[in-house]
Design a protein around this ligand. Structure first.
Ligand code: GLA
Length: 765
């Protein structure tokens, strides 16, 4: 009788069996919760039939929030499945997704669960979209071969739609080849190589052939190839290291072919490539010849000079109020304001350290064993002189997120110096959210939390090395990460930060929305109010604090940031390390914004996502391809954006270093004219963004934002730009320089391929 019922049920359950797998889309269903329902023998004849690919509330069952329901699937599992199992002792139960959490029982035994039930010690945790593959030992896992099995699934629904959904249940036995995985890791340090690891999740050994080829993407020629026969065992991955030339644009293809099944596993990878030429050993000044301070504020400026160390810095005409450290070129001191008598010549560098309207100009010399270089430098002094060029430095958010700590900050700062990024102008070390104590002191002042045992000590350490320090807060009661915000404590916070030695404030938005809601005030003025308030206190401090305004949801900060004396303001929501993010944040959201940017008031499309990022404790390589990373840095430098590195600098490789330390590329970002680029031409997927430079030249990025490589006539694009159209034909032919390669283009190089999501960065003189 039971057998007959089972046969009828099998038909009812939408069961399809093939030699390869068993697939079921129906079950018996009951809302409620009783652990006895996991038992195979319990009588479920009165239960309702349900489709397991659609949530219960989309069928005729009532919503059932913060509650449980059970599914029972009766299924015959044929032993014939094992025949294709390729010596595998394993059966995979690929279960439907569950809204929100599930526990799955096979003939009464728990075989897997996804998400955390409310009773879990760690508390409820949803896992709606996770794939549920539960593995069962074919011999010992309790499967009843060629007989009825009961798979009982207990589902907890927290709210909204509930139950099993998306895919049917499939039972299959894997082949050894199906357990294979291939992982590629690149190392661009020293002799670049790509490590390919082949592993298997399954118990049996597979044998096959592994083939790797490296091709030059520009010429199509094959650079190297390697073929090996190998066997892979569980727990013993096979690793092969393939060297490549990091100064060429290479593509790697790795294929493993399983000998028994012929199944192949392939990976294609655009390899990291370095275009920036190596810096000379002789000293070279890499920064803009200008820095701005307010009268009386401490000067902290580290001259960015590359070249072999040790190096000696001297200045014969240094104003008396300034000091220049001989060994690392750190400028300190402070300049007072004086009124320059009317009719006086335009104010020579004053030995007393008094500011002329133009600032103080002096010549700094850097010498090492290989040679000597000098820069005529102007220290501008005035109330509104902060941020003469966009700030360059590091911020903790895109790597460490809320897990930032003093140790991590010091580690990146030390690496900034050791790896030479400080020699290219990266001078700010900024912490983002996550430094704040849980509650304020009884007098209302704020402290750092236990991750920062000595904020003041850390900042002094940075200042001693000529680096500046930035902090983060929000005008609301809480920050975006849920830490204490500055609402009601603006003055106290500004004073505490100033005492600590803060040089940069990122003032976000987040919970301030609640204040607007309470006031039911949605105009621009209500956005500006908290920024004006903090501006007052920040500017009252006896030091310079670069004032960076947050993204404010959908509000256009760039329309009014200037009136809050913002030194920069976010012009896009949070960035991510994907092409979609670069396309949206960069290309789509920045077009048309150049007119809102000016010297000391920069548009900020968010921090950089090259290198190892992760927004938490687990860092990963940026998911942008090398081409996309070139595009990212090209566009950001053109946009006169804040250049805040978002990765862990201690783990930065040669590729990322070369990407961030190209003096000609960075010079566009730091150009003293301060004229941000805008999109000046769009032809299908080809976009040209251009900006005039202080030396009369034009910098332009030609971008391919499409998904296919494109053949481009660069001369036609350059001459299509109005300012260059007229002058191109003049007798003195234009010099077109490739800024990444630091080489002038020859006539035959104007036609070229721009890869999908890639670019060319040119300077036309
Ligand atoms: C917002 C900002 C981010 C970061 C976080 C910190 O999302 O846009 O850049 O500062 O807050 O919580």
């Amino acid at each position: 009788m039971r057998k007959l019922f089972f046969l009828a049920l099998t038909a009812l359950m939408g069961l399809q069996a093939s030699a390869q797998n068993v697939c079921v889309s129906k079950a018996l269903f009951r809302q409620g919760d009783d652990m006895n329902w996991a038992k195979p023998e319990m009588d479920d004849t009165s239960w309702s039939e349900i489709d397991i690919t659609t949530p219960w509330d989309k069928q005729s069952f009532p919503p059932h929030n913060k509650n449980y329901a059970w599914y029972r699937i009766h299924v015959n599992i044929p032993r014939s499945l094992l025949q294709r199992a390729d010596q595998q002792n394993m059966v995979i139960f690929n279960m439907p997704k569950a809204d929100d959490v599930d526990e799955c029982y096979l003939n009464g035994q728990l075989i897997g669960s996804t998400g955390r039930m409310p009773t879990d010690a760690a508390g409820y945790g949803t896992a709606v979209n996770d794939v549920r593959n539960y593995l069962v030992d074919a011999q010992k896992g309790g499967i009843r071969w060629d007989a009825e099995n009961v798979i009982a699934v207990r589902v907890y629904n927290h709210g909204g739609s509930g139950g099993l959904f998306f895919n049917p249940m499939t039972i299959s036995c894997p082949t050894a080849a199906e357990g294979l995985a291939m992982r590629l890791t690149e190392d661009s340090n020293g002799q670049a190589h790509c490590d390919v690891e082949i592993s298997t999740a399954y118990a049996s050994t597979t044998s096959g052939t592994f083939a790797v080829t490296v091709t030059d993407r520009e010429t199509g020629s094959q650079i190297s190839s390697l073929t090996r026969k190998l066997s892979v065992k569980r727990g013993k991955p096979v690793r092969l290291s393939v060297p490549y030339d990091k100064y060429k644009m290479c593509q790697l293809t790795a294929t493993y072919t399983d000998a028994k099944t012929g199944k192949t596993l392939s990976e294609h990878r655009q390899l990291k490539y370095i275009l920036t030429p190596a810096a000379p050993a002789t000293p070279r000044f890499n920064g803009a010849p200008v820095f701005g301070v307010r009268p009386g504020s401490p000067v902290i400026y580290r001259f960015p000079v590359s070249g072999e160390r040790p190096m000696k810095f001297t200045c014969a005409d240094l104003p008396a109020a300034l000091q220049l450290s001989e060994s690392d070129g750190v400028l300190t001191g402070s300049i007072n304001r004086v009124t320059v008598p009317s009719g006086s010549p335009e104010g020579p560098a004053s030995p007393e350290g008094l500011a002329s309207p133009e600032g103080l100009t002096f010549t700094v010399v850097a010498e090492n064993a290989k040679g000597r270089a000098q820069q005529t430098f102007t220290l501008k002094v005035g109330e509104h002189m902060i941020g003469q060029t966009p700030p360059m430095g590091w911020n903790s958010w895109n790597c460490w997120g809320l897990s930032v700590s003093q140790e991590k900050v010091i580690s990146s700062a030390q690496a900034l110096i050791d790896k030479g990024l400080a020699d290219y102008g990266y001078g700010y070390i900024n912490i983002d959210d996550g430094w704040e104590a849980e509650s304020r002191n009884p007098d209302g002042t704020i402290e750092a939390n236990e991750k920062f045992p000595s904020m003041k000590g850390m900042i002094d350490w940075l200042h001693e090395r000529g680096l500046k320090f930035g902090i983060y807060s929000s005008p609301g009661d809480y920050t975006c990460g849920g830490y204490l915000g500055s609402l009601g404590h603006e003055q106290q916070d500004a004073e505490v930060w100033s005492r600590w030695g803060v040089d940069y404030l990122k003032y976000d938005w987040c919970s301030y929305e609640r204040v607007r809601e309470k006031d039911n005030d949605w105009g621009f003025a209500s956005c500006m109010r908290p920024y004006l308030l903090m501006q007052k206190f920040v500017r009252e401090q006896p030091r310079d604090i670069f004032y960076s305004l947050g993204p404010l949801g959908g509000t256009q900060v760039y329309l009014w940031g200037l009136y809050c004396d913002g030194d920069s303001w976010r012009t896009a929501p949070d960035i991510n390390d994907t092409w979609e993010s670069i396309r949206d944040v960069g290309f789509r959201q920045q077009a048309g914004l150049a007119k809102y940017s000016s010297v000391g008031h920069w548009n900020d499309p968010d921090m950089l996502v090259v290198g190892k990022v992760g927004w938490g404790t687990n860092l990963r390589e940026s998911r942008l391809t090398p081409d996309e990373q070139y595009t990212h840095i090209t566009l950001w430098t053109l946009l006169a954006s804040n250049m805040l590195i978002g990765c862990d600098i201690a783990q930065m490789d040669d590729f990322t270093l070369a990407l961030l330390c190209n003096n000609e590329v960075n010079a566009v970002n730091q150009d003293m004219l301060g004229q941000q680029a805008d999109r000046t031409l769009k032809q299908g997927d080809i976009e040209v963004w251009s900006r005039p430079l202080a030396d009369g030249a034009m910098a332009l990025g030609i971008f391919n934002v499409g998904d296919k490589d494109q053949q481009v006539d660069m001369k036609a694009l350059i001459t299509a730009l109005p300012p260059l159209r007229e002058s191109w034909g003049e007798a003195s032919a234009k010099v077109v320089r490739d800024l990444w390669r630091q080489k002038n283009l020859t006539a035959s190089e104007f036609n070229g391929t721009i890869p999908a999501h890639g670019c060319r960065y040119l300077k036309v003189q």
